[in-house]
Design a protein around this ligand. Structure first.
Ligand code: PGA
Length: 250
């Protein structure tokens, strides 16, 4: 089963609106006519109106890096799905390791956010991945299983269809230490097997699992050559239009 690859930029807490606009203006001509892969940008909430407007006439999707699970309410500093949709966002990351690490996001919170995103027709990219100590202790497989099972609680196979997963070994994020394509593919196979057990063969064979962690123009094609790797979630190397376009065109 061939799955269309999905290449996504996670800008984290970088760029101001003028820089975001300049990125899109430079990036769109570089990927004009590129229909082989799906492309998405995940900027900070304050940049969303600028980026959605700039990408409006293109096939480049735009999403949030995080949403709150509540529809609205007294949650100072948070962004609701309704607010995301109102500014033209269609996707969201959920449970990025930096959210788990610095903002105490648990599998239970990830699950609640996933329910909210699916309910509102937002395409969720659920991030999972082990930290270095877990890998060294031989716990990678069990950590991935726990995160995947926890994320999917109470979700039906029909509702789950739009879900994308990003496997991001935490020790590879922003460190320049990319997982080897084989090692990433191994982890993806664990995730796909778990997804098969939860939602069945049909879902799992269509599920796109992205790799993230120091993806760069130089290593993108070797990673994308793996049958198990259905795209990339790119941090540092997505901040520059030429660099991100080179990854999209791996
Ligand atoms: P990186 O970040 O490409 O800078 O390692 C990836 C991510 O955190 O999504």
């Amino acid at each position: 089963m061939s799955r269309k690859k999905f290449i996504a930029a996670n800008w984290k807490m970088y760029k101001i609106p003028a820089e975001a606009k300049a990125f899109v203006d430079a990036f769109l001509p570089l990927v004009a006519g590129h229909t082989r892969d799906e492309i998405a940008l995940f900027p900070s909430p304050v940049l969303l109106p600028t980026v959605t407007a700039a990408c409006n006439a293109s096939d480049v999707a735009v999403g949030a890096q995080n949403i709150h699970f509540a529809e609205e309410g007294a949650y100072t500093g948070e962004t609701s799905v309704r607010q995301l949709i109102a500014v033209g966002g269609t996707h969201t990351l959920i449970g990025h390791s930096e959210r788990r690490q610095y903002f105490a996001e648990t599998d239970e919170i990830v699950n609640k956010k996933l329910h909210t995103a699916l309910k509102h027709g937002i395409l969720p990219v659920v991030c999972v991945g082990e930290v270095l100590a877990e890998r060294e202790a031989g716990e990678t497989e069990s950590v991935l299983k726990t995160q995947v099972t926890g994320a999917f609680v109470g979700i039906t196979p029909e509702a789950a269809a739009p879900i994308v997963i990003a496997y991001e070994p935490v020790w590879a994020i922003g460190t320049g230490k990319t997982a080897t394509p084989e090692l990433a593919a191994e982890a993806h196979a664990v995730i796909r097997k778990e997804a098969t057990e939860i939602f069945g063969e049909d879902f799992a064979s269509k599920l796109r699992i992205l790799y993230g962690g120091s993806v760069k123009p130089e290593n993108a094609s070797a990673l994308m050559a793996q049958e198990e790797i259905d795209g990339a979630l790119v941090g540092g190397a997505s901040l520059d239009a030429r660099s991100f376009a080179a990854i999209v065109k791996y």
